[in-house]
Write a protein that binds this ligand. Sequence first.
Ligand code: BG6
Length: 534
Amino acid sequence: MPEPWDDDAPQTQARAEALEEDWAGGSCLLPGRPDPCLVVILGASGDLTQRKLIPALYNLHRHGGLPETFGILGAARTEWSDQEFRAHLRQAVLEADGGDSGPWETFAQRLFYQPLVYDDLHSYHELAKRLDKLDRKLGCRGNRVFNLAIPPTLYTQVALNLGRAGLAAEGQTGSPAGGQPGGNWVRLVVEKPFGHDLASARQLNAAIGRFFHERQVFRIDHYLAKQTVQNVLMLRFANAIFEPVWNRNYIDHVSIVSTETLGVEHRAGYYERAGVIRDMFQNHMLQLLSMVAMEPPSLFFAERVRDEKTKTFRSLRPFPLDRMDDYLVLGQYQEGQIQGRPVVGYRQEPGVAPDSLAPTFALMKVYIDNWRWQGVPFVLVSGKRLARKLTRMVIHFKEVPHSLFRQVLGPHISANRLILGVHPEEAISLTFQSKNPGARLCLRSVNMFFDFNRDYAGPRLEAYEKALLDCMVGEQMLFWRQDGIELTWAWLDELIQQCETCQPRQERIRPYPAGTWGPEEVWRVLDRLPAPWS
Ligand code: BG6
């Protein structure tokens, strides 16, 4: 049976042509202007809208990245007028922007608001009427991006109601503003988490699929929109020197790190159910892994790249559930110090159960069963309230096969490391051995260092700006496809289930003081491997 994305060849071709045009005429920062459209933010009174979505849209506006003709309609339960919505957002945006209100005024004129009762279909018909009216007023041609900035428990209901109210329909040449060749387009942006496990991810997808085609669905992973994460594919596939050594013959192991100093903050309601594996591994960590591990796609097009990622996810070796202690360490932070400041333990955070067993730290050793990676461990580590915020992928090469310096230096010479830094350093560095100046033979490890932002002073796109822009131009490359979502959930489901049901469960969740690098037990899993954060 063909997959829903297999019939997207015409779109891929159209996108290829659009990309060629952009490349010929656009700048590096922005492709050409997207089609006129309305961005509809569902959950517009919430935190995500204020902190991420509106600042991102505002910055795009300032850089000329939004369509010439655009509107943003916020919808949520709160009974606000357009004016109240604008006033609510003004402060947040101007604070982030250093107080320059010039572009804000032109941006604010494009902001609108419509109260919405999520479980009332009538309310969606009202929304549809308001959108038609705005389309006529602004000239957005019926093109719409619906952004779900609501709690994940509402995704199914809202997606279904949008569909039932006729808001998912595309290709209507008689769309409100008179239509355009090929009709209007409609896209749905879904924030993570996409499901809580395999079964719920499938159910959610089935509900969305009742009215939206796969090509209309944009499942966000903001890690993919980070420039230095995208750059991994350029490093690997736009240079001839890396791929020949990018395999089990030369690579000893790979470590992928995303550690934070932040605690659970105000998100206990969600985090208590999720824990670190659902929050960070099913999505961000596995996307980072796929960037390092995937095979080269034949073309840099969304479906080809996502096909290769899917193959990587399919090759993940199932965890040996009877020997989990050799592959996985889970932890939960206790009170401690972060940057010299005392902080409480996870169980003392507001909204967290005093006997909570939600893991806030995980380190896992993963293998990929394919020709390229057989036997190479991938160490993945992520956690909250750790010693430092650090995001990076490190390729640890093998030691030299034979040391001709052994009489002087011993048999072991430090192996080369290629560090792909995402945070705080957006940089690539290669460590290698060099001779110390002098008459004696002494070696030292030195660094070749490339700063991603060096010699570039122009404006930049933050992750959400890139993701929203890609959605407006219909570029799916940086978004999850449903097969990837299902494969990663399927791979993690058994492991999560075992961790959540094993007895006594508290023995699986090891305490660690805030401000450290996690529980002591990590050394057992790491075995001979060095600390991934060092
Ligand atoms: C989010 C997680 O997806 O990513 C958060 O839900 C986490 O728990 C955040 O803090 C980390 O993102 P970043 O970009 O700060 O590394």
